[in-house]
Each structure stands twice: as structure tokens, then as C-alpha cells.
Design a binder for this molecule. Sequence first.
Ligand SMILES: [Zn+2]
Length: 693
Amino acid sequence: LALPPRPALCCCRKALPGAGQPSEAGGGGGPERLSRPDVDVASASNFRSFRLLHFHLDLRLDFGLKEMSGWQVLELVPLEAGAHTLVLDTHPSVLVHAVDCAVPGARGSPGRSVSLTFRVEPFSEFGSSLSISLPQGALRPRRPFRVTVRYTTTDGPAIWWLDAELTCGQTRPLVFTQGHSVCNRSFFPCFDTPAVKSTYSATVRVPEGVTVLMSASHSAYSEDDDAFHFSMKFPVPAYLVALVAGDLQPADIGPRSRVWAEPCILTGAVSKLGDSVEHWLGLAETLFGPYFWGRYDIVFLPPSFPIVAMENPCLTFIISSILESQEFLLIDVIHEIAHGWFGNAVTNASWEEMWLSEGLATYAQRRITTEAYGEAFTCLETGFRLDALHRQLRLLGDNHPVSKLQVKFEPGVNPSSLMNLFTYEKGYCFVSYLSQLCGDTKRFDSFLRAYIEQFRFRSVVAQDLLGFFLSFFPHLKETCVAQREGLEFERWLNDCGPPLYEPDLSAGAVLTKPVQRLCELWGDDTPDLEAIAAFDLSSWSTFQTVLFLDRLLDSTPLPQEAMTQLSRCYSSLLDGMNAEVQIRWLQIVVRNGFYPDLPRVRSFLHKHTSRMYTVPLYEDLCSGVMKCFAVEVFCQTQGRLHPNLRRTLQQILFQSGAASNGTPAGMLPSPAPSPTEQVPSGPVSLRDVNVSA
Ligand SMILES: [Zn+2]
């Protein structure tokens, strides 16, 4: 992120063709393309009435007040005559002070600035609308104008202020933002829909000693004005704008990659990644074409980061807690790299089709791991994730609407609450199905390269992908009488239940066979302990151990005698392994009410303060008979938890059935029931549904 400094706001920026706009022509789709969604039920904005060319943020961060204040300049073009009102998404945590508008005069004359009236109105649980009355008669279709919004924002859903005690180094406070899916309307007023993309720039002022990073292609610190300057020269949707500020230090790990972290974890982070990142980027480029974004940097965030990782362009955000679990770190970083093509370069136009980003990114991630680590490794990783998908299906039943690839949102439903394993794994299976339809993995790679080339920097719907697929493989179109229906695309998109096709994972047998055999031995009425002792878990990979423990968890409840023997064989061994392994064993302990290992649960919860390692255990503790123990541990540790996590855990502890799946109850609409409300709270753990973005 130390690229040459550049002017804060570029005045000669050109919108890239089609960026952020409907691709009426040259969309590459087949003749049956569906119409593009005209509305986004999760956005209050009138984004279809304007083209957003660029926006600039000028913000000052105050860690004492936990406030960002300043202004935002939007460069807009009206797309129709008589555009009287500009409606932006915003949030009750944003206080708008003033809005004004600069309308250019005729033939390049400076024009005039006028103050505008505005009103903020409730929209949903996750935002409000900011309606700005535009100057009557001054705007012309296709002539750019600028709107400046002066505002202050505090601690809305996008902005996570961490007191020094919540950071890894515990010396300085830190703040980060997390925009996915619809949170960034609390960071800056915007067209908060993935259908709209624009370039952006920012100027950020912070107290001395604080480093600011953003998801931008250029960044620099200027001593002249004591400010950090950022610019993203490629169009991105609002949710991919991200900022982090704190005691962050850099270390180069490749020609275009740098790790950022608090000083106390930097060396460890660098040694875990080594020079792998450049290797993975190179493999991804071989498969899917050039990496457009220039930099690929990674910032490690404290355990309060609410998800595992986020694909913010040029700067992946990832939780530092994952550092100890090497294979998960590897998969998560490769997944975020894959988003550089799938999700960030080509984006789902609506949150109802999130699988277009996640399913394709998961497929691409597995193509990269196949090239880097072989088919067996990839099949093992795929296997335990598909196991999790089927676990979800068993819990939800085959007719649950969240198992559809194309979800239909009711107004008021927060799109984040419907992000689940189906988005990733059923989406992955559909992409694998397309790959096997074309009959050759390498040819499918070349299709994906062409897809990126065709749609890059644009937002697409499923029909863009499928139409382009059929035009790329015309023989499929010709041989299939009923086209989409014949290829079952409609069933894939709209049916509930399991994937219609799953890839052949037999290449993983060399790694999964021993796991399978050990599970069978433990499944016997009187387990053969001598045969069991022949399996040395310390020589297994993390994913093998995880697969074994997941399958044990699926067999729960286990006989108390088996639990005693399992504990004797594995408890201390697993205790020395990484957190991804440990939490699975501890979930087995809790769900089986196995008291002798409860001290290990306590020390785990004293050590780990992240959402991903606390919520599943607390949910299990509270759905069983160990609620008093959970309350006790919570009281001992709550001072070290982020207030948002504390609230989630309080809901789990003190309101039975609430806050399952990491979804704060307040995020769900009332009274309209949403599909996630029907998710049973007990056995569906966070890790089953809420995976890395
Ligand atoms: Zn993802």
C-alpha cells in the first residue's frame, strides 16, 4: 500500500464502460436473459435515476469520542430529466449536518454552490433513507453535478471501535469497518447496493502514531497536510470500501504483497505466510487471467473482527485468531484472493444472488488449491465442507427456503442474515456442475477467464453467467432441446434442498479413508482400543482431524463410556492443537455433557475472545444443562469482549432461543417472519452457517 502519492480528488476521471450500470448491450448473454433487477429491496436509494461517477470521503477520526466526522462528495449524473430528489442509504448512527450541491455552469464556467434541504426517514432495522431535494431546473440529464454531505458517524454496524484492551498489543485503540452486506450506509451515505459501482478516494486524519489503511489501489501519507490519502481507481460497490486505523506495521511478503499487523503479531504472521501469497496469486492468474487490482495486501485484525476474513479489494481483512490454524489460514487467504476475480471484479448485482460471488470464489479457491496442493488435499477440504452442508440440510429439512441459491428477500430482511453455507457450497456445486457439463476442467477455466474479461468491473445476475456459458459452449445449447430447463438451470437456482450434483471426491480417499476407518471403529458397540491406538492423530493434517471430529459430533449423543475412552485417547493431544481442532472437541464435550473435560472449555473461553470461537460454545452450553457454567465463564471474561459480542452472548445466555447463527435478534424484521428465524438455535452452530466472507 505504499504506492506513489496522488492528488486527493481526480478531476479527469472517466467512468469505465458499463461500470455500475445495467449492461444493456454487449452483456454477452444468450437470448433468454432475464431482466435486470430494477429495485434492491435492501436499499432505500434511487440508484437507478443517477450514475455515480466517483465519491470522495474527507474524514477525521476521534478515538476518544469514537466518532468519524467530515464530509463526502458524490459526483453524479442524472439519467433522466426532472430528477428532483436524490435518495441515499444512511443509518440512524449517521448525523447529517448539511448538504449542498455544485452545479457546473454553462461551457465550463465555475457554476454555483447551493445549500439543499434534506430529510432522514426510517427505512428498515438496518438503515434509513436520506432524501435530498435537488435544485429545481439546474440539473440536466447526463451533465455531472456534485453533492456534498457533511456528517458525523459514531458506532453504527459498519464501524467497530476497539479500546486498547481489545487489541492484540493492548497499547493503542483501533478502529475497523466491515461493510458486507449492507453495513456501510452507517459509514457514509451511499447507494448501498452491489448493483452500483464507482471509484472512490479518501482523505483521513488521525492522531499521531496511528496508521490508516483502506481498500484502495493507491495510498500515501502526506506530511504537508498530516493526512492519509487514498484512491481506488477501479469501480467498486459500496460494501467493498473498508478502513482500518491503529498501531499497524508493514512487512513485505512478495513483490505486490505486504502484511500489516500490530507489532506484536507481525513476525508470526509473516512467518506463517512466507512467500506463499505470491505463489497463490501467480496460480490464480494462470487460471483466471491477470490480477487487476495491483496490490494484494493483508491486514490482520484483533479477535473482535466479527467474521473470519473479508475480501476488501487490494487489502484483505483477516482475523488474527486464524493464524494458529495453518490450513484454515491458507484456505481463507486463497478464498479472499479468488474474490479478486469473483465477487470484486465481477459482482452479484443483488444480494439475492450472493452465490454468484461466493459459489464462484469457492470454486476458484479449490482450483487454486488443486494446483498448489493437489487433488487429495482439495477433496478433503471440500468433503468436510459438504458434510457441513448436509448437516445443515438435516437440521433444516429439504424444503427450507434458505437452501435456495436464488433467495427472495422480503422488504426489511437484512441480507447479511441470509448468508449461509448454501451460498458457498451449493453455489460451488452448481459451478462444478457447469464445469462437468463442459466436460473438461481446463476448458472451464478458459470459460471463467472469458467471463471475467467480459464482465469485469460490472455487476451481474445469474442469467449473465448462464447466458454467457451457453454462448461459450454452443454445443450444449444445441444438444439441449429445452435449453435452460433441459440443463436444469432453473431447478438449480430455484429449488430448495440438496445440490442436484456433487463433484467426485474420490481423489481424496488417500486422506479420508483413515478418518472413515477410525470413525467406524469408534462406532462399534465395544470399540477395539488396540486397533484405535494404531491411528496416530498427531501425524494427521488439521483437515483430517477436523473431519474426524465433525463426524463424531454428528454421532452425538455418544455413550458416556465412549466419551470416557475418547477423552482418555485424545483430550490432552487435541488440547495442544490449534483452535479449529480444539473447538470441535470441546463442542463434543459440551454436547455430550462430559464434565471431566469442562475445565478445558473454561480455559478455551478464557483464551479466545472472537465471535467464531465463543458463540458456538456458548450456544451449545446454553442449549444443554451447562448454562450456569456458561454464565459464570461469561462473567469472568466479558470485560475482554467487544460490546457487540457481549450483547450477542447476553442474548444467548439470557433469552432462550435468541441470537442463533450470530444474527442479533434486532437484525431480523418483525413481524414478518424470515427463514432464519426458523433455524433451530441449539445444534446449528455459527461455524456451520457463518463462514468467511
Ligand atoms: Zn467469500
